[in-house]
Design a protein around this ligand. Structure first.
Ligand SMILES: [Zn+2]
Length: 218
């Protein structure tokens, strides 16, 4: 089995609309009713949030289903267009899954940023055309060189770094899309909303991914 991270109450307004990821009294696996989380050998969770996995899917692959669903939902929400020049900011699991999702959706060019060379190497194996270690390389300069100063069509901020949020806005082309899926410990100070407006950016956020009831199997 695999399962949701977000456990909805299925009684509130958002749950009744199918948006249990936005449940007004949601809890999460590991927090739900004080039970064990998914690092325990066994755990209990509501059946409606558990999903049978097909025999051909390994446990390792099944463990990636929920985060993969999260990035696919974010890309769909952002109305990703094939051929888009993309930048994925963040070389963690979400960033590497977003990279593969954007590739599968027909990205024209894929740029991956991060801070860990081994993960960036993995990103190249997974489809990144260009990788940028933001600790030692100038992302804006590289994007300008690659795009003739225009900027990228689609940028997903998946690192949770406040600096990366500013970078995401900075490297998007006018009229481009900035999708924010990172989770932030602190508020992002001094994000220039005026600059976002006059450059006609599509600023879109996304959190988790509710599974339509028609697709549940568990
Ligand atoms: Zn609810």
């Amino acid at each position: 089995m695999t399962g949701d991270v977000t456990i909805g109450c299925h009684q509130c307004e958002n749950c009744l609309r199918g948006l249990y990821n936005l449940c007004l009294s949601k809890t999460e696996v590991g927090l739900c009713r004080g039970k064990d989380g998914a690092f325990a050998e066994y755990l209990t969770m509501p059946a409606r949030h558990a999903y049978r996995i097909p025999d051909e899917l390994s446990f390792e692959e099944a463990a990636c289903v929920e985060p993969a669903a999260t990035v696919v939902k974010a890309i769909n929400k952002a109305r990703f267009e094939p051929g888009a020049v993309c930048a994925i900011l963040g070389d963690g699991p979400i960033g590497l899954l977003a990279l593969q999702a954007a590739d599968a959706c027909g990205a024209g060019m894929l740029i991956l940023t991060g801070t860990i060379d081994e993960r960036l190497d993995m990103g190249r194996q997974l489809g990144a055309d260009v990788t940028v270690n933001v600790r030692s390389q100038d992302l804006r300069r590289i994007v300008d060189e690659l795009t003739g100063g225009v900027g990228v069509d689609f940028v997903m901020e998946a690192s949770g770094s406040i600096d990366a949020v500013r970078q995401a806005v900075d490297i998007a082309r006018m009229g481009g899309t900035v999708s924010v899926v990172g989770l932030y410990e602190h508020n992002v100070p001094e994000l220039d909303l005026g600059n976002i407006v006059v450059r006609d950016l599509n600023l879109i956020t996304s959190v988790a991914s509710p599974t339509p009831s028609s697709r549940r199997s568990g």
